[in-house]
Design a protein around this ligand. Sequence first.
Ligand SMILES: C[S@@+](CC[C@H](N)C(=O)[O-])C[C@H]1O[C@@H](n2cnc3c(N)ncnc32)[C@H](O)[C@@H]1O
Length: 284
Amino acid sequence: MSARSPDTSSISFTALYTGHVWYANGLSAPAFHTRRGSVFYHALAPFEYVGGKLAGGNIRTFLLQRHHLIDHLVRDAIEQRGVRQVLEIACGLSPRGYRFRQQYPDLKYVEADLPDMAARKHRLLSAQQCLNDMHRVVPLNIFSSDGVDAMETIADKCFDRSQPLLVITEGLVNYFSLESISPFWQRLQEMLAGYAGGTYLTDNYPLFHDHPFHRTMKTLGGMLGAASRSQVSFHFGSDQETSSHFSELGFASVTVHNPKDFYQQLPIPQSRGNPFVRVIEART
Ligand SMILES: C[S@@+](CC[C@H](N)C(=O)[O-])C[C@H]1O[C@@H](n2cnc3c(N)ncnc32)[C@H](O)[C@@H]1O
């Protein structure tokens, strides 16, 4: 990591929880099970129940919505646009790389996370004998703009610029303020512009100006921020604001996907009202 990059590893434990959500919902393989993930998952069960009753959708609802929707968009990029190179940043214990590599053997998939989480994922996938030139796990810090753990260095080393590149972040960006995360998005746009077609997929949690649980959401965000010692933030007040922000960063086309538009198409749980999560697809 370069000297200027902050240590945000206090966020990493959340990957155990989400990892267990994927596992418990049939999206993963037995090797991805962790005892701590299972403890977190069961500890949150009562809050999930109350959240479902009060807010019309609990944490698992929006996690599953975002995960299935990102999978769907990755599949679409592979099958419709010939994408054969993927960089998944902040991969945690997500099984996406494992599943997609099984389904698409000619797909190059590089998973990346902070050093400790990357080492853990490396051990997990090595034990499954999954790793080779086409499937790698590397340490990467989104705040490093040079050095071995910078996204740009890793992309130069692993990918072919004459081919399209797809970059994913899932469950990462809302741990940072808009001011802190935007320079990363700007670097990402510049990097993707150097490829023969660049796509960025990320989940994002907007906080609509007229959201009925505006105060509750802010309180929950504050609690998660305290637990993970991060600046959990809601970046945008509407889908239009989201879209404008990414256009201003230089992305040529931006689509803000709402899970409710995929209820008929994907096996996702439905929220009672407007879903809390969006998936942004920004292309160069
Ligand atoms: C909520 S978890 C999401 C993991 C996975 N994407 C998923 O959805 O299950 C957040 C992840 O962000 C990673 N992370 C935190 N700060 C990071 C940084 N500065 N650069 C790269 N990854 C980071 C953590 O290590 C953790 O794996």
